[in-house]
Structures are given as C-alpha cells and as structure tokens.
Design a protein around this ligand. Structure first.
Ligand SMILES: Cc1cc2nc3c(=O)[nH]c(=O)nc-3n(C[C@H](O)[C@H](O)[C@H](O)COP(=O)(O)OP(=O)(O)OC[C@H]3O[C@@H](n4cnc5c(N)ncnc54)[C@H](O)[C@@H]3O)c2cc1C
Length: 447
C-alpha cells in the first residue's frame, strides 16, 4: 500500500513525475562518495517550479524529509538519500529563461548543466565563470547549493560571486525571490548569499539570476613539470606574490599524473613529481619565468593547445576513481601555507602507508588530497581515516578550513566541531529553524 505522501503526490503531480520502484529509485540515492545511501520512499522528477511547490507542500503536510538533488556529482554526501526520505531531483528543470548580453546576466533553472550555460553565454562574447572540473556533468542548482569553485575561481571567484538573485521554494511550499538583477544592491540581509552553499538545508533553488562576464579574447597556458611537489608549490607562491593574476593555477602530484598517464598516455617523464598548469589572459612569460625550478616548461601557442593542457587537469578525478574507492578531501589554506600543507600531506601518506593523490586549485590554496582505498570495502580502512584526520587538523592549524568548495554534506560532519565553535553552531541551527522549522530539508547534512 502507498504511503499517504506517495498517494498525495500521485494525485497532485502530473503523470510520470513520481518514481517509486526501488530498483529505479536506488539509482538516485547516491552521489560520488562511497557513502551507503538509505532507502527513499520515492523520487520526484520536477520539471517546473509548480512541481517543486506541490512536492514541498505535501512533504510538509506529511513530515517527510526531502533530499534535493542535481546531477549527483557531489563529493561530500550532500545528495545521499536517508531512510524514508523523498528525493527531489531538479535535473529536468533545464531552461535558460533569459540571457541578456546588455545586462550581462542569465536566468537559469537548476538543472542546467554548468558548461551549457557557459556555451550559451559564449555565443554573445560572454562567459559563465565558475567552472568546477565537473562542469560538463554538474548542474547550476548543485553548484549554487555547494557554492562550487573551479579552475577559473582564482581570478573570477566562486559560484557565490556570480549569484545575484535566486528563486527558492521554501520547506512549506512558499516561493521566495531573493537578491536582484543589478550589479550592486544592498537592500536587506544577503539572503542570496545565505542560500548559496546551504547544501539543500534551507530551501530548494528553482531559478538563479547569474552574472556573466566578458569572455577573454586570448588565453595562453603554461605547463611546467617539477621533480619535487614542494618546488611546484613554491612556484605557485612566487606567481601569486609577483602579482601575475593568473586566470587559472592548478597543481597535480605524481600519483595523479601517473593515474592519468595510465589511462590516457600523456607521456609522463619518470622524474616528474608534479605538474603546474597556469593560464593567463595576457602574456604568460612572467609566469613561465617564475617556474625556474621546473625540469620542463611548455607554453601553448594556440587556443587548441591551451585547451588540451587544461583538459589533462580535468581528467584528474576520473583517473583516480579508476585506481579504487576515493575519500576526497577539500582543505583550503592561506596561499602562503601551500608548500607546508603539501609537505605535510606527503609525510602523512608515507607514515600511514596510505595512497594519497593530490590535485590543487593552487592559486586559491585549495587542495584535494584524494585517499584511495580498496574497491569493495564498505568504508575506508582505519589508516585512511587516521590519515584524513591528520590532514584536516594540519589544514586548520595552518589557518585553513575543512572545505573550500565541496561542502560538508555527511562526509565532513565528524570534523565540523574542530572549525565551527559552539556559538557559530548555535546560530547555524537558529537559522535552520527559521527556514525549516520541521527539519525536513536535507536533515543531518551540512550543519
Ligand atoms: C570529476 C569531478 C570533478 C569535480 N570538480 C569540482 C571542482 O572543481 N569544484 C567543485 O566545487 N566541485 C567539484 N566537484 C564536486 C561536484 O561536482 C560539485 O559539488 C557540484 O556543485 C555538485 O553539483 P550536482 O549538480 O552534481 O549536485 P548534487 O551532487 O546532486 O548535489 C549537491 C548538493 O546540492 C544540493 N542541491 C542540489 N540541487 C539543489 C537545488 N536545486 N536546491 C537546493 N539544493 C540543491 C544537494 O542536496 C546536495 O547537498 C567535482 C566532482 C566530480 C565528480
């Protein structure tokens, strides 16, 4: 027999929007973490704001928790189903409602794939700047809910820096418009900023007004190979300190490069222990010169060559998934602390005998040490948890943070108390209470 929620949704939603077959709903229950999901009561495939409103009204009436979901590429367990929840997928809300070259804004629904919005903007000489490595598979809604970063963030900022206004369906089905479509505006509290990064715990984003930027007319890419990861990190610090203003500054360690090489045969030299990829919207010569300790430096001479070099970096996570299961950290440290953080990660990996493959959005001080463990295990072995714990603590001791862009989700909750003090925690729960008094929006996640 159907639950009262399922009965109501079958009656109120258009046909085909609700899935209840467990074999089908299971495929919507996970994100890209190893975390085992609970069993959902159903999945709503929303196609309009009205579908979301009807879903949230019913969920409120029947007190059923709702787990919002974009493309499920999250790396923190934010979209992981909990037992008895309703999954609300926004992936089919894919309209770009407006794209105004004059105002340099777009209004996009949450299911728009990030790179599709960028491509649409480029037809007008503009770009959508936030570009997580997953931008060909992740959604605007997921990017907003996690405040996603990406490769171009070093110059253009994170997703929040491009979010001007939001349309949000609240827990009880009311619709809230936040923010504006102007470049400036300070009326009231910054509710847009509050929803961005709230990981689906405060409301369901059903549209966003997003800032576009002029697409650069030329970009040049530098790829430098180093025989020491710490030397590569030092080159990052030198590039930042010299005021070069790169539009992208990415670092990969030997384990990552080897994983990519085994998959795509990039011709990795035996002595290469790190690769730095930097992009500039003017001449790249100053950045290339600061890679003095590199064993090899290549500068792209065409846009195709530049894209190819960056394409290598975008393969990093999938290449590591080929090696085993991944626990992905996302620590961020002050940029001057990057060499010390990298040295610590290498030391922790060696001492615990754990494979850690690190990539970094180095220009932001944001590192992704990926702890790789055996396939088939339900969760990481104790040595991996112990090493991960040390890396988190080291980042905090250097003045850093637990998560630069992936969010807390479920995965990082065990460390949250190390960073957020009791007062901040109390205020977070107070805010949650205002927006979601019944606690039905993605409960147990993020805070
Ligand atoms: C290969 C790969 C590379 C990646 N690279 C990066 C990177 O460079 N930078 C980066 O920041 N991340 C990166 N990620 C992580 C991930 O892609 C981002 O976190 C992305 O923003 C998630 O988008 P999604 O559509 O998959 O969201 P999901 O994983 O489906 O959801 C993420 C969170 O958002 C919530 N949510 C989703 N949609 C909504 C909505 N409409 N309203 C309210 N809440 C919502 C969910 O409940 C969940 O908490 C990468 C992941 C992979 C697999």
């Amino acid at each position: 027999m159907n639950s009262p929620l399922v009965t109501e949704l079958l009656a109120t939603l258009p046909e085909g929007r609700l899935l209840t077959d467990p074999d089908v709903t299971e495929s919507y229950a996970r994100d890209r973490t190893f975390l085992a999901p609970g069993k959902p009561v159903g999945v709503v495939l929303a196609r309009s704001r009205d579908d979301v409103v009807a879903t949230m009204r019913a969920a409120t009436e029947h007190r059923v928790p709702v787990v919002p979901r974009g493309a499920g590429t999250g790396l923190a367990g934010g979209a992981t189903a909990t037992d008895g929840c309703l999954i609300l997928s926004l992936a089919q809300m894919t309209a770009i409602r407006e794209l105004s070259p004059q105002d340099e804004i777009a209004v996009a629904e949450p299911g728009v794939i990030t790179a599709d919005l960028d491509r649409a903007a480029r037809e007008h000489g503009l770009m959508y700047a936030p570009d997580p490595s997953s931008y060909e598979i992740s959604t605007i809604g997921g990017n907003l809910a996690t405040n996603a970063g990406g490769l171009r963030c070093v110059k253009y900022g994170v997703t929040r820096d491009s979010a001007l206004g939001l349309e949000v369906v609240l827990a009880d089905g009311r619709v809230l418009d936040t923010g504006r479509r102007t470049m400036k505006g300070v009326t009231g509290y910054d509710l847009t900023g509050l929803f961005v990064g709230s990981e689906g715990t405060l409301g369901i984003i059903t549209a966003a007004t997003l800032r576009l930027r002029r697409a650069p007319s030329e970009v040049a890419t530098v790829a430098a190979e180093f025989s020491s990861l710490v030397d590569a990190a030092a080159a990052v610090s030198a590039i930042i300190a010299a005021g070069c203003q790169p539009s992208l500054l990415e670092l990969m360690d030997r384990t990552t490069l080897q994983a990519i090489d085994e998959w795509k045969n990039i011709g990795l030299e035996p002595g290469t222990r790190a690769m730095l990829i930097a992009q500039s919207e003017g001449s790249p010569d100053a950045m290339a010169a600061l890679c003095g300790a590199a064993s090899f430096v290549a500068v792209s001479s065409t846009p195709e060559e530049a894209a190819e070099l960056i394409g290598v970096r975008r393969l990093a996570y999938q290449a590591k998934e080929r090696l085993g299961q991944c626990l992905v950290e996302d620590v961020c440290v002050p940029r001057s602390a990057l060499p010390r953080m990298i040295a610590t990660i290498e030391e922790v990996a060696a001492r615990h005998g754990v494979m850690i493959a690190t990539v970094a959005h180095a220009g932001d001080g944001n590192l992704h040490p990926v702890f790789i463990f055996e396939r088939g295990l339900a969760e990481p072995p104790p040595a991996v948890w112990a090493a991960a714990d040390e890396v988190f603590r080291a980042a905090l001791a250097l003045g850093g943070t637990l998560t630069g862009e992936h969010g807390v989700g479920l995965l990082k909750k065990r460390w949250l108390g190390l960073e957020a003090g009791p007062l901040a925690t109390e205020l977070h729960h107070g805010i949650k209470q205002v927006f979601d008094p019944l606690g039905i929006l993605n409960p147990g996640k993020a805070i």
